[in-house]
Design a binder for this molecule. Structure first.
Ligand code: SF4
Ligand code: SF4
Length: 92
């Protein structure tokens, strides 16, 4: 059976000139305790760095919008990658 990791490996990602997801660290640090973004991304792109700050590897984004709607404090600025960049799905 084909795993989700294998299927994600088939997709092609073209890097945009700038990040299409911006995190407001001040909001995250000051009010968010549950940090749902660390758990909802289907590609597991959200992690904590050495300073316990949330970071996102936007280059592998599937453009599903789950992180945006799951952030309870509107700490994310999210838009689709610029023309020609972002994910290209292969085989559905
Ligand atoms: S859910 Fe939103 S506010 Fe909470 S850590 Fe993630 S981006 Fe920051
Ligand atoms: S839009 Fe989807 S794939 Fe992209 S970072 Fe957010 S949850 Fe992950």
């Amino acid at each position: 059976m084909t795993t989700i990791e294998t299927k994600l490996g088939w997709d092609v990602f073209k890097l945009g000139a700038e990040a299409h997801i911006i995190i407001d660290q001040e909001v995250c640090q000051s009010v968010c305790q549950m940090r749902p973004c660390l758990h909802v991304c289907p590609a597991d792109l959200y992690t904590l760095n050495d300073q316990e700050e949330v970071q996102v590897d936007y280059e592998g984004c599937l453009e599903c919008g789950t992180c945006l709607i799951s952030c309870p404090h509107n700490a994310l600025t999210w838009h689709y990658p610029g023309g020609g960049s972002g994910v290209q799905y292969r085989f559905g």
